[in-house]
Design a protein around this ligand. Sequence first.
Ligand code: AMP
Ligand code: ZN
Length: 321
Amino acid sequence: MKCRACTKKAVIKLPSHNSAFCPECFDRFVLSQVGRAIDEHKMIAPDDHVLVAVSGGKDSLALWEILMRLGYKTTGFHLDLGIGDYSRESRGHVESFASRHHLPLVVESLQEEVEGSVTDIARATRRPACSGCGLSKRYFFNRTALRIGASVLATGHNLDDEASRLFGNLLHWHDEYLAKNRPDLPAIKGLSKKVKPLVRLTEKEMASYAFLRKIPYVLKECPHSVDAKQLLYKKLLNEVEAASPGTKHAFLFGFLERIDRFYPESETTEQEEEEETYLSPEGQCERCGEISWTPVCSFCRLKERVREELAKNGEKEPRPS
Ligand code: AMP
Ligand code: ZN
């Protein structure tokens, strides 16, 4: 098998692009796909300061490395979820990546801020751990971006993540989520712009990139993340992709070409989906001062519920996650 670009020995086959690449040309391919996503969706301007949300997984660490190679000004942000070995390893990879490349990094601890573990959050909200975790990530991402003056927040969602999300949203015709199923969400009401520069690259391509660039990342899965539906959607799309290469890309990008027609850019935010659409006069949480659509923001209410739950059970110390 020869590289499509230079005829050297190919190491990676990309049926969806009807191509195979040697390591050097694959590297160029990945950088050009990210560059193209950034240009086509006007994700990042040359003078932007990008806050990169880095979980310690392959996608977000590779994203940080690529944005650095493309010359963007970046700061990393990691939220330590306090989930045993999984979080210790994740944080370790993020911190060593930052120090190896001399990049600024902000780390916050969910457990310290909430004074409870992810398990306590799940118990207090009576919802799966992932939902409290997602709400907390959004809160910390926004707060950190505002604190450090970052104009853009970048996450490591890839083509598989975005296509499977679209698939799930279409199956249930979740119009409010479909309107936001895009790799670029504009800045609104003091919240920074949100972008997903890896949207043109698959999970497999990102794993190959991290391997070839020797980027160490956490291999463990979060013990709480058993979003069975999302995994099923990914599996089904991969089956279609195997039979008909390029379908995953056509599915997502066909939708993105039409999204403005179906869903003209909406003014609402992710928080509004889970809160009453009520904007307090100042638009700030009266407890923490962060931007909020309710007098007390959803994160402060979450903290309150965890405190009440722990007090009710006579527990002072958070339960291990
Ligand atoms: P996930 O929701 O776990 O699929 O992660 C999607 C993206 O959110 C990742 O690619 C990261 O950019 C970001 N992210 C997830 N978890 C964290 C975390 N603990 N700290 C910082 N960023 C995160
Ligand atoms: Zn608050």
